[in-house]
Design a protein. Structure first.
Length: 155
């Protein structure tokens, strides 16, 4: 029996292979590379960017954080080796606050759309696509919202 010795080489991926593996576009990988958030582990003699398993994990974390609404610069800060846990906690808290404000704004818009829909539903004698109908409905909707705010303050 002869022993077979094989040199272990970690799996490497081209930009396209990495993009496919992580479910993002090649342009996204290139963008993260240009921004310095995802640097290839190696560049071949021909100039091809090569990524390893650690880069796959890093890209997965980047896409996860992007899905949570973090900016590229915030992600770079979060992934930096020298960041304290207090700093990371503050970034997460700031993102949470920003998302909460966005949710409040979206909920307000949703309530306004519901009120607009109700108001337009009451306008039977005109064409719903008429600009005047929308203008009148918008006025009534804003007035109702303002009156509710005043009523809430009075209570």
């Amino acid at each position: 029996m002869t022993e077979s010795t094989t040199e272990y080489t970690p799996t490497q991926y081209t930009t396209g292979e990495l993009a496919k593996r992580c479910g993002v576009s090649v342009r996204t990988v290139q963008y993260y590379d240009n921004r310095g958030v995802l640097v290839p582990s190696e560049v071949s003699s021909g100039g091809r960017r090569l990524y390893d398993e650690q880069d796959v994990r890093r890209l997965s974390v980047i896409t996860f954080l992007r899905g949570l609404g973090f900016s590229i610069s915030q992600i770079a800060d979060l992934l930096a080796d020298d960041q304290s846990s207090a700093y990371i906690d503050s970034l997460i808290a700031a993102q949470r606050m920003q998302l909460s404000k966005q949710i409040e704004l979206d909920q307000s818009r949703l309530r306004t759309l519901d009120a607009l829909h109700k108001t337009l539903g009451r306008v039977d004698d005109c064409d719903r696509t008429d600009l005047h109908a929308f203008s009148d409905a918008a006025f009534v909707t804003r007035r109702k919202t303002g009156l509710k705010r005043i009523h809430g303050t009075m209570l």
